[in-house]
Design a protein around this ligand. Structure first.
Ligand SMILES: NC(=O)c1ccc[n+]([C@@H]2O[C@H](COP(=O)([O-])OP(=O)(O)OC[C@H]3O[C@@H](n4cnc5c(N)ncnc54)[C@H](O)[C@@H]3O)[C@@H](O)[C@H]2O)c1
Length: 331
């Protein structure tokens, strides 16, 4: 049984806590930390866990196998470095960090300490997207020709001290939301030959809307991200990917996942989804992808010969690519 300390008990900490409940045969949440005692208590009560007011106290006092960092993005580097230096493995939410320099320091400390780090690039573990990656790798429908990915959200207003809308703290929509598709496209296709981007900067440093294109030798993929829709707008993540022999369409908002074979007809592929319900109060409530990624991390710690699907280096490269897109979009 692995012991975890959960640091940050806001929106994402709550999602992860619910996943650990479903993983209770493998993981025990022994401690939680949050500056807000009411938030910490809510999650601690689910497990009978000890409460710390700050992540630093948890890391330094609690004998855990790994820490799960669900803190605002600007705190990821500090706490991940502290955890590795205190001999803890780390699961850290996406985006890994805010800059190339922070990413380089994290990679340096990981090399020195040899700890295992997985980044919460959850779309790699989201059932429909994982299915898409699988058929692409197997060549089931031939070569991938083009793809469009979307992530459209009402304005996120849940965050502690509204840190999401401070460019210094979150990196804005591109680093926080758009990075999911940036990361997945790179996971699916590898390094692009060229990146083109356009965007709208509604407040300095905050790209509220972005459209990014990734050009490959024989394919083009685009990603569109926006988090400035009105409060009652339905969050959706979607893709439409064209292979030589079929087109695959998914829209989470409409609940559609359809394959259209070239010869005609349509069908919905069967997915072996974990049935663990919903939680949280942000723009996503389905726990499936979060459960899959945390389950995978636990398996990785138990069996280090597994491939780290969302490694520190992968998270770092996606941050770099997102920053490159932002630069192109607003210049
Ligand atoms: N994977 C996804 O789909 C997804 C979705 C939303 C957010 N996220 C990421 O998760 C991370 C957390 O975002 P969130 O939406 O949960 O934010 P949030 O504001 O809801 O929660 C952050 C929590 O951290 C606490 N905190 C701040 N400083 C602390 C400290 N020093 N020690 C202990 N607790 C402290 C705050 O009190 C707050 O409860 C961010 O990096 C965000 O980008 C990922």
């Amino acid at each position: 049984m692995l012991k975890v300390g959960l640091i940050g008990c806001g929106f994402m900490g709550t999602m992860h806590a619910n996943c650990y409940k479903a993983l209770s045969d493998k993981v025990e949440v022994v401690a939680v930390a949050d500056l807000r005692n009411d938030k910490a208590k809510e999650l601690a009560d689910m497990f009978g866990a000890k409460i710390y007011a700050d992540g630093e106290d948890l890391i330094k006092s609690e004998n855990v196998d790994f820490v799960d960092i669900c803190l605002p993005t600007y705190l990821h580097e500090k706490y991940a470095v502290m955890a590795m230096k205190n001999d803890r493995h780390v699961f850290v939410e996406k985006p890994l960090c805010r800059s190339k320099e922070e990413a380089e320091n994290l990679i340096k400390v990981q090399k020195e300490t040899g700890k295992t780090v997985q980044v919460g690039q959850v779309i790699r573990f989201w059932d429909e997207y994982a299915w898409l990656k699988d058929v692409k790798e197997k060549g089931t429908y031939g070569k991938l020709i083009s793809g469009s990915f979307k992530r459209l959200s009402p304005r996120p207003e849940w965050a502690w001290e509204n840190w999401l809308h401070d460019a210094e703290k979150s990196g804005g929509m591109a680093l926080d939301l758009h990075i999911h598709d940036i990361d997945f496209i790179r996971y699916l296709m590898g390094e692009p030959k060229e990146v083109k981007a356009v965007g709208i900067e509604e407040k300095e440093g905050l790209t509220d809307y972005m459209m990014t294109s990734y050009i490959y030798d024989d394919a083009v993929l685009t990603a569109e991200g926006c988090w400035s829709y009105p409060a009652d707008f339905r969050f959706s993540m979607a893709f439409c990917v064209r292979f030589e022999k079929a087109t695959v369409y998914h829209d989470s908002g409409l609940g559609e996942f359809i394959v259209y074979p070239l010869e005609g007809g349509k069908f919905t592929p069967e997915l072996n989804k974990a049935d663990i319900g919903t939680a949280g109060s942000g723009n996503i409530s389905s726990l499936g992808g979060y459960y899959n990624e945390l389950k995978y991390f636990v398996e990785l710690l138990e069996n280090p010969s597994l491939t780290n699907i969302a490694s520190l280096a992968e998270g770092a490269r996606s941050v770099e690519l997102a920053l490159e897109g932002i630069k192109k979009a607003i210049n």
